[in-house]
Design a protein. Structure first.
Lengths: 549, 333
C-alpha cells in the first residue's frame, strides 16, 4: 500500500461531524445509512450462520440426535429465509452500493435521502418481525413456502414469517428505485454511461430486478397469508386452488433474486480486477451489457425450478432452452475478467485474493448450473444436495466472496483505517479452502441421491463420510468468516489511518478524503477521463478534478 | 464405515445409463472449461505479476474474441440442451402396455397398489425387465417419488395425477425417497423398491390378493350407483364408458381432450367441469365420498373397459370422438 501524508489532526468527516444515537437514527447521509445496514446485515449473517452450523452438526451423524426433526426443519427454513432475505439481498447493494454509488458518480447523496432512511427502517421492522417469529416458535416450511403445506398443513408461524419478508421486500424495492433515479439523474458532468464504473452498471441491472421482481413475491406472500388465514382457495386444491400456481409466482421472483445477489458481486469483482491488474476492463461494453442481459433473461427462466413439479414437457423444453440463454452473458463476464489479467501488472492484495476466489467458485457454480438446466440430468439431481452445492457456490461462493472482497477494497474509504493485510490474506485463503471442503462433497452426495432437507439419514449410512467432510469444512469456513469481523473491528480502533487512495485506484470515490466528508465533494467534479484509466494514473500525470465555476 | 463409501449411484433402470452418459458428458465439458479458465487465470496471475518498472499494457477489447466466447459456448449449450431434452422426453413418456401401479402419498408414507390388486406400504415389488407406470396422487401436501438408482423423480401432487415410469434392469433393493419437503417426518418418508426376477415376482404376486384393482373398481362402480347412468348401451344419462379411456373426447363447449387418468378423476370429483358433448351436467359430485384408493380403483375400472376384450365393441360408445385426433394422454398439464 502506498503511504500518503495523513494529517495528524483528524479532519471533519461523515463519521465525526455529528455524535449521538439520534445523529445516526435520523441521518439521511447515504454513508451513515450504509453503516446502519452493515451492522444490521452482519447481525443477521451471524444468526443465519449459527443455524447453518447447527444443521451441519446435526448431519455429522445419520440419526437425528442433536435436534429433533421439527427443530431441524425450522433450522434450515430460517437459515434460508434469514440468509436470502435479510443478508444476501441487501448485502452489497444496501451497504457498498449505498455507500459508493453517490461517491462513484460524483453526487452529494442518493436522489431520495429520506426514502433511503425509510428503506432501512422497513428492513429493521421486517427484521424485528423475523426475529420475533423465530423467538416465538419459528417456521418450518422451507424458505420456499411451498403450498399447500404452508397454507394448510404447517402449524408453525407461517404468517409472521411471510409478513416479515413482505415488509423487508419494500426496503429492497425502495433501494432499487433510489439507485435507478440516482444513476440516471445525478451523474457528474462528463460522466457518460460509457464512463460509468461497471459496479454502477451492475447495480443498475440489480435495481431493475428489485423493482420489477420484488412486488411479485410480495403479492405471492399476501396470497399465502390470505389462504392460510381466510381459507381463500388460491393454491390448495381442496379449496379449488392450484399448488403449481404458487411455484410459478414464487420462482418468478426468486429466480431473478439470485441475480440480485450475484450481479452486485460481479460489479465489485470488476472494480477489484481492474485496480489490481492496473488495467482497463477488457471488453467494457460487453461486461456492462451482459449485466443488463442477465437482468432481462433472468426473468424468463423461472420454471427451471419445476421440471419434475408436474409442468408439461413442452413448458420444460422452453424453460431449459431459455436457461442456457442466461448462461451466455455469465460466461462472457468470466472470459472478460480473465482477459483483463492478460498483460496486466498484478498484485495479490487481499481484495484481489477474494476476487480470484470469486472467479474460481463462481465458475464452478455456473458450470454446475449447466447440469441443472439439462432436463434429463435435472430430473435426477433436483431436490438433492447437488442443488444445494450449486446454489451455495453461486450465492455464497460468488456473492459472499465478492462482498468480502469489496469490504476489504473499500474499508479504508469507509472507516478511514487500514485493515491488517496479512490477516486478511489468510482469511481469504481459509474461506476459499473451507468453502470447497464444505460444499464440494455435496455435489457427490447429490448425484448419489441424498435428498435435501433430510433431518435423518440413518437408513442411508453410505452418505455419512461425505457429510463428515462437509461438516468439517463448515467449521473452517466459520473461522474464515469470523476473522474479518474481528480485524475490521480491531482496525477501527488500532488500524493505521488510511490515505485517501491507498490502492492508487481509478474512480471518483478515491478522490474524496478517507473517510469522506458528509457531502462527499467540496465542489462538483467534472469527469474528462474514461473509466479505469490506469495507464494515465500509473504514468504519474494524475488527472485533476476540474471544478465548475 | 469405510467399506461403505460410494462415489457413484447404483444403475438399475433403462434410464440410468442415458442420464449417466449425459452427466459424464457434462463433467467432461465443464471439466475442460474449468481447466481452460483456471489455467489462464493462474498463468496470467503468475506471468504478469507486478514488477517494478513494467507497466500494464492496455487492451481495449476484441469483437472477434467476444463473439467467439459467446457463440462457441452457446453452441455447446445447445448440444447439452438437445441431449437433455431427448433424455427427459424419454423419461416422461411411459411406453404403451406398461404394468400399472397406483401410488398414493400422504404424510409420511407411500401407499402402493398394483393393478392386480396387491397393496403395499413403503415397499414396491416389481419384476425386472418390465415397464412399470406409476399413477400418483397425494392425499395432503406435495411429495416427490424419487428412486436414485433409476434416475427417476416426479412430484406427487394433491388433487391430480402425475405419471412416471421406469424399467428396472437389475434385481435388488433400492432406496425410495420423498424428495419434496413435506413436513416434520419428511426424512422418514422413505421406502424401497424391490426388483425381482420374473419367476420370483410371479410367486410373490400369487401370495394372496383381493382380486385385481379393476374388479374392486367395478364393485364400487355398482355400489355408488354409477352404473345406472353410465350404461353399457346408448340409453344412459351419462356417456357409455366402454372404449373411452385413452381416446379423444369432445366436450359440450367444443374443446377436445384425451380421456386420461386425470380426466376420469376430475369427472368423478368435479363432474360439471368438462361435460361430454351431448350430455347434460346432471352428475352429482363424489368429492368427499370416495377415498383416493377408491378413486384409483374406479379409474382402473374405467381403464379396463377400454382394454381388448372389454365387452361391447368400441363403436357403441356414445362419446363423440372424431377419428385421428391427437391421443397422447399421459402428460399432466
Amino acid at each position: 500500500m502506498a503511504t500518503a501524508t495523513v494529517p495528524s489532526v483528524e479532519r471533519e468527516n461523515y463519521l465525526n461531524k455529528h455524535y449521538g444515537v439520534e445523529s445516526w437514527l435520523l441521518t439521511t447521509d447515504h454513508k451513515r445509512i450504509a453503516l446502519l445496514y452493515l451492522i444490521s446485515i452482519t447481525f443477521f449473517f451471524f444468526i443465519g450462520g449459527f443455524f447453518a452450523l447447527l444443521i451441519r452438526l446435526e448431519l455429522l451423524t445419520p440419526a437425528s440426535d442433536l435436534v429433533q426433526a421439527d427443530t431441524y426443519n425450522k433450522l434450515f427454513t430460517m437459515h434460508g429465509q434469514v440468509m436470502v432475505f435479510f443478508f444476501l439481498i441487501p448485502s452489497i447493494p444496501a451497504v457498498l452500493g449505498n455507500f459508493l454509488i453517490p461517491l462513484m458518480i460524483g453526487a452529494k447523496d442518493l436522489a431520495f435521502p429520506r426514502v433511503n432512511l425509510l428503506s432501512w427502517y422497513l428492513y429493521i421492522i421486517g427484521g424485528i418481525m423475523m426475529v420475533h417469529c423465530m423467538l416465538t416458535g419459528g417456521v418450518d416450511t422451507g424458505w420456499t413456502f411451498y403450498t399447500p403445506f404452508s397454507t394448510a398443513f404447517s402449524n408453525t408461524k407461517v404468517i409472521e414469517a411471510g409478513l416479515a419478508i413482505f415488509v423487508a421486500g419494500f426496503s429492497s424495492i425502495l433501494t432499487g428505485l433510489n439507485f435507478v433515479v440516482t444513476i440516471h439523474r445525478m451523474r457528474a458532468p462528463g460522466l457518460t454511461w460509457s464512463r460509468l464504473p461497471l459496479f454502477v452498471w451492475a447495480h443498475y441491472a440489480t435495481s431493475i430486478i428489485q423493482i420489477l421482481g420484488t412486488p411479485v413475491v410480495a403479492i405471492t406472500l399476501v396470497l399465502v397469508v390470505a389462504e392460510r388465514s381466510l381459507h381463500l382457495g388460491i393454491f390448495d386444491p381442496k379449496l379449488g386452488g392450484d399448488p403449481l400456481l404458487f411455484q410459478h409466482l414464487f420462482w418468478f421472483y426468486s429466480h431473478p433474486a439470485v441475480y440480485i445477489m450475484i450481479l452486485p458481486s460481479m460489479g465489485v469483482v470488476t472494480e477489484i480486477i481492474a485496480c489490481f491488474s492496473r488495467k482497463r476492463i477488457f471488453g467494457y461494453s460487453f461486461v456492462a451489457l451482459s449485466s443488463i442481459a442477465i437482468a432481462v433473461f433472468g426473468f424468463l427462466v423461472w420454471a427451471h425450478h419445476m421440471f419434475v413439479a408436474g409442468i408439461s414437457v413442452y413448458a420444460a423444453l422452453i424453460f431449459s432452452l431459455l436457461s442456457y440463454s442466461v448462461a451466455v452473458p455469465s460466461a462472457v463476464k468470466v472470459f472478460n475478467w480473465t482477459a483483463t489479467l492478460y498483460k496486466g501488472s498484478i498484485r495479490y492484495d487481499a481484495p484481489m485474493l477474494y476476487a480470484f476466489g470469486f472467479l474460481g467458485l463462481f465458475t464452478m457454480g455456473g458450470l454446475t448450473g449447466l447440469f441443472l438446466a439439462a432436463l434429463g440430468v435435472d430430473v435426477h439431481v433436483t431436490d438433492t444436495y447437488f442443488v444445494i452445492a450449486h446454489f451455495h457456490y453461486i450465492m455464497v461462493g460468488g456473492a459472499l466472496m465478492g462482498y468480502l472482497g469489496g469490504m476489504h477494497f473499500w474499508w479504508p474509504k469507509i472507516s478511514g483505517k487500514l485493515y491488517p493485510e496479512g490477516w486478511a490474506r489468510l482469511a481469504a485463503l481459509i474461506v476459499f479452502i473451507g468453502f470447497n471442503l464444505t460444499f464440494f462433497p455435496q455435489f457427490i452426495l447429490g448425484y448419489l441421491g441424498m435428498p435435501r432437507r433430510y433431518a435423518d439419514y440413518s437408513h442411508m449410512p453410505e452418505f455419512q463420510i461425505l457429510n463428515v467432510f462437509s461438516t468439517a469444512g463448515s467449521t473452517v469456513l466459520g473461522v474464515g468468516y469470523l476473522l474479518p469481523m474481528i480485524y475490521f473491528l480491531w482496525s477501527m480502533r488500532y488500524g493505521k489511518p488510511a490515505p485517501d487512495n491507498p490502492w492508487n485506484a481509478a474512480g471518483l470515490e478515491w478522490k474524496t478524503p478517507s473517510p469522506p466528508t458528509t457531502y462527499n465533494f467540496e465542489e462538483e467534479p467534472v469527469v474528462t477521463w474514461e473509466a479505469y484509466n490506469y495507464d494515465e494514473i500509473d504514468k504519474g500525470h494524475k488527472e485533476e478534478v476540474h471544478v465548475v465555476g | 464405515m469405510f467399506d461403505n463409501f460410494p462415489l457413484w449411484p447404483q444403475r438399475a433402470s433403462s434410464m440410468a445409463g442415458n442420464v449417466d452418459a449425459l452427466f459424464i458428458f457434462l463433467l467432461i465439458v465443464s471439466g475442460l472449461m474449468t481447466l481452460l479458465i483456471f489455467t489462464a487465470i493462474i498463468y496470467f496471475a503468475a506471468r504478469y505479476r507486478y514488477r517494478k518498472g513494467v507497466p500494464a499494457e492496455q487492451i481495449e477489447g476484441s469483437i472477434p474474441l467476444e463473439l467467439s466466447w459467446s457463440l462457441i459456448p452457446l453452441g455447446v449449450f445447445m448440444v447439452i440442451f438437445a441431449w437433455g431434452a431427448v433424455v427427459y422426453f424419454k423419461g416422461r413418456t411411459p411406453p404403451r402396455d406398461s404394468t400399472e401401479v397406483y401410488v398414493v402419498a400422504k404424510q409420511w408414507m407411500w401407499k402402493l397398489e398394483h393393478a392386480e390388486g396387491q397393496r403395499e406400504i413403503n415397499e414396491l415389488h416389481v419384476p425386472v425387465g418390465r415397464d412399470v407406470k406409476l399413477i400418483m396422487t397425494s392425499q395432503d401436501v406435495i411429495h416427490s417419488f424419487f428412486v436414485p438408482a433409476f434416475r427417476m423423480k416426479q412430484d406427487v401432487l394433491p388433487g391430480r395425477y402425475t405419471v412416471a415410469w421406469f424399467h428396472a434392469t437389475k434385481p435388488g433393493t433400492y432406496h425410495l425417497f420423498c424428495a419434496e419437503y413435506c413436513g416434520t417426518q419428511h426424512s422418514g418418508m422413505i421406502g424401497s423398491i424391490v426388483v425381482m426376477e420374473p419367476a420370483q415376482y410371479e410367486a410373490w404376486m400369487s401370495g394372496g390378493t383381493g382380486g385385481p384393482l379393476s374388479a374392486t373398481g367395478e364393485k364400487i362402480f355398482a355400489e355408488l350407483g354409477c352404473v345406472t347412468c353410465h350404461r353399457s348401451d346408448t340409453q344412459g344419462r351419462g356417456p357409455n364408458l366402454q372404449g373411452v379411456f385413452g381416446k379423444p373426447v369432445q366436450l359440450e363447449d367444443g374443446r377436445m381432450l384425451t380421456a386420461d387418468e386425470n380426466y376420469v378423476r376430475e369427472s368423478i370429483l368435479d363432474p360439471g367441469a368438462k361435460v361430454v358433448k351431448g350430455f347434460k351436467p346432471v352428475m352429482p359430485t363424489f368429492q368427499g365420498l370416495v377415498s383416493e384408493e377408491q378413486l384409483n380403483a374406479l379409474v382402473a375400472y374405467v381403464k379396463s373397459q377400454s382394454q381388448p376384450g372389454a365387452g361391447v365393441a368400441k363403436a357403441n360408445a356414445a362419446v363423440t370422438a372424431p377419428e385421428g385426433a391427437p391421443g397422447k394422454g399421459n402428460q399432466v398439464q
